[in-house]
Design a protein around this ligand. Structure first.
Ligand SMILES: Nc1ncnc2c1ncn2[C@@H]1O[C@H](COP(=O)(O)OP(=O)(O)O)[C@@H](O)[C@H]1O
Ligand SMILES: [Mg+2]
Length: 363
């Protein structure tokens, strides 16, 4: 304790051993600032909170350390809480930490500071900031979840009637040029429908009570997406084995195909190749959908985070696609596998057991 007392500069000399003992026990880093805003003393917690030694901060300007202005004693609010702030600091290991700090006039029993001295109490709130960000993300999701169904309904209903009107018009008009234009319109409307389905199936179960021709569902979805791929100079090749009818919801399968193929198109450049394959793995009877591209690929960090809700690296991305596919796969006792190499491409594999384990137990 004496050693510490000896290091106390004249400006704040007068801190008694008892006071220093109290300041050393405070569960925050504590700095004493002189009238010029220089850190003249720091407690031992500084090292634990800021990951910096006491010696490395003493003598620094608090404003330079915190990157924001420290109010002078005259500017401090006339309340015991003083002035509170929050700032982001680099850590010695190259990361960033969020700290909250409180500046108060230095009023300690038995201590008479030189005029203008202040105390700063600093806490690491990085963990709290992460929790806050997570809460905001969940609130964002809850909002999307709440408004999305009615918004989609508003869009889907008129879209369905426009689609069937265009289908009828194509039958009525035989002039080739007009038919061609109407086909282009039809193609765009179908893509819009698939797009809405891609968003609208968030949270819907993939497994269904009734069986459907899932191979046809995948082929048709690819046919609609092929035009987008072709327009960007890419080739989309869809290879589906002839499958038995499967107890899967066609709209959820379409949503998965839409999301995976759209990601592949967005990751590729002209002359890129995208392959979609569908099969049943024997003898385990697992439905397998593979979407492979030779696009930009993902680095290890993106690969580890790409299924997180709202994680996106695109300026206009939603970060919903892979989260939706992953959630749908896991809810159906399956999995979504991702393999990717930066600059080489990405392969996404959806694996779903044809029958749910629950059914097998009942059977
Ligand atoms: N085929 C792919 N190739 C390269 N990166 C991909 C691919 N699929 C997904 N990603 C990465 O994963 C992120 C999340 O994808 P997704 O959940 O579909 O959201 P979004 O497409 O809206 O960004 C993308 O922003 C991208 O960085
Ligand atoms: Mg996507």
């Amino acid at each position: 304790m004496n050693e510490m007392a000896a290091s106390i500069p004249a400006a704040i000399r007068g801190l008694s051993d008892d006071t220093i003992r109290v300041l050393e026990r405070v569960p925050s880093a504590v700095f004493v600032l002189d009238a010029d805003g220089l850190i003249r003393w720091a407690n031992g917690r500084t090292h634990r909170v800021l990951k910096r030694s006491v010696e490395s901060v003493v003598g620094l300007s608090a404003e330079a350390l915190f990157g924001c202005q420290m109010p002078s004693v005259a500017e401090l609010p006339n309340e015991p809480e003083g002035f509170a702030g929050r700032t982001t600091l680099p850590t010695p290991d190259g990361l960033r930490m969020v700290v909250s700090f409180r500046v108060t006039p230095l009023e300690l029993p038995g201590f008479e500071p030189a005029e203008g001295c202040r105390a700063v109490f600093v806490q690491d709130v990085t963990g709290i900031e992460h929790l806050r960000a997570e809460r905001d993300r969940l609130l964002q999701f809850a909002t999307v979840h709440e408004v999305l169904p009615s918004l989609l309904h508003e869009l889907k209903t008129p879209l369905a009637s426009v689609l069937s009107s265009v289908e009828l018009l194509i039958e009525d008009y035989e002039e080739p040029a007009l038919q061609q234009s109407l086909f282009a319109v039809l193609q765009e409307l179908r893509r819009m429908k698939l797009n809405l389905e891609g968003i609208g199936s968030v949270g819907r179960p993939l497994r269904a009570a009734r069986v459907h021709a899932i191979d046809d569902v995948v082929t048709q979805a690819c046919r609609v997406l092929e035009a987008s791929a072709r327009a960007r100079g890419m080739v989309l090749h869809c290879q589906t084995a002839s499958l038995p009818l499967l107890p899967f919801d066609p709209s959820v399968v379409r949503a998965v195909v839409f999301n995976l193929v759209t990601n592949a198109i967005q990751a590729s450049v002209a002359k890129g190749r995208i392959a979609v394959e569908v099969s049943i793995e024997e003898p385990s009877k697992v439905f397998k959908l593979v979407v492979r591209d030779n696009g930009c690929g993902m680095n290890a960090e993106v690969l580890s985070r790409c299924r997180d809700l709202f994680f996106t690296t695109k300026a206009n991305g939603s970060g919903l696609g892979l989260a939706l596919c992953d959630a749908a796969a896991r809810a159906a006792d399956g999995q979504l596998r991702l393999e990717s190499q930066p600059g080489q491409g990405t392969t996404v594999t959806l694996l779903i057991p044809v029958s749910a384990p629950r059914d097998e137990r009942q059977g």
